[in-house]
Design a protein around this ligand. Structure first.
Ligand code: 3PY
Length: 272
């Protein structure tokens, strides 16, 4: 491995062998000091005791929560965010304060605002306008704790309109043209970008300054690096060379157990 970037374990895809609240400690035992999560609750505004239990699990594990996804709807059912969904906009807005509140307690710096699939019953223009407003609102809330809102192209969801980096960058441009929110950036998931046919080397060469977070998985399979054909080590090295110094989220589905899936990371990697 030829870069020094640090890894954070996505505990929504890794350590799923364990109950959610046990995953941060498992990541710590495996040698990591940081974790990230998709929205870890069923509801946009969960009961306070559930929030407290989550915060306690992360704190007691001795890991940092580097990233948290805003509530994104029914992800197993196919939803990919509420940001651009006019009828569910108020749910997203209610969720913003809860998410940023968790981030405030745990020192979280990145909040992923999944854009949402195209929905029937309102025009694309209306959906994009709602998204701009909601992203600005989320960024203003995140700014209160010095954090950044992330916009992510994803694969595997036909009706999700942000497929490649330039799609997300255009959205960010629109938000920043209308609102004074510097704290909004691209989440470059090297797996999703590659699957969607983006020119990842070019994205890195031209847009690393706008990358606020990076995630990795190999393709095909979305398993750990080394199981597929993506040049992830080369691309992470290039990102670092272009000035990226943030976390790299391990957001893959382990091909074996989670514990056994870290073999591709050179040892020692304690505190990575
Ligand atoms: O939906 C996905 O696949 C994601 O990566 C969400 O962050």
């Amino acid at each position: 491995m030829s870069h020094q970037l640090k890894y954070t374990v996505n505990c929504s895809l890794l350590f799923t062998e364990l109950p959610l609240l046990e995953r941060p400690a498992a990541a710590r035992r495996a040698g990591f000091s940081a974790v990230e999560f998709w929205w870890p609750f069923v509801e946009a505004v969960p009961p306070q005791r559930q929030v407290d239990a989550f915060v306690t699990a992360v704190t007691d594990a001795g890991v940092q929560l580097t990233g948290l996804n805003f509530f994104a709807g029914d992800m197993p059912g196919g939803d990919r965010g509420l940001v651009s969904w006019p009828k569910r906009s108020s749910e997203f807005r209610d969720n913003v304060d809860v998410t940023v509140g968790i981030g405030e307690r745990l020192g979280t710096q990145g909040f992923n605002a999944l854009y949402g699939n195209r929905v029937d019953g309102s025009s694309e223009q209306e959906q994009d306008d709602v998204a701009v407003e909601n992203l600005a609102l989320a960024a203003q809330a995140a700014a209160r704790i010095g954090a950044t809102v992330l916009v992510e192209p994803v694969s595997g969801a036909e009706r999700y309109p942000l497929k490649v980096a330039s799609d997300a960058l255009s959205v960010i441009d629109r938000v920043q043209a209308a609102y004074d929110v510097p704290n909004i950036g691209l989440l470059a998931d090297l797996y999703h970008l590659a699957v969607n046919g983006d020119d990842v080397d070019r994205v890195i060469a031209e847009h690393t300054d706008r990358v606020a977070h990076v995630q990795v998985a190999d393709n095909p399979g979305r398993n750990e690096p080394g199981t597929g054909t993506l040049p992830l080590d080369h691309q992470l090295t290039a990102l670092e060379g272009c000035g990226y110094a943030g976390w790299v989220g391990l957001e893959y589905k382990p091909s074996t157990t989670s514990e056994a899936s870290f073999g591709w990371i050179p040892t020692p990697f304690q505190e990575n």
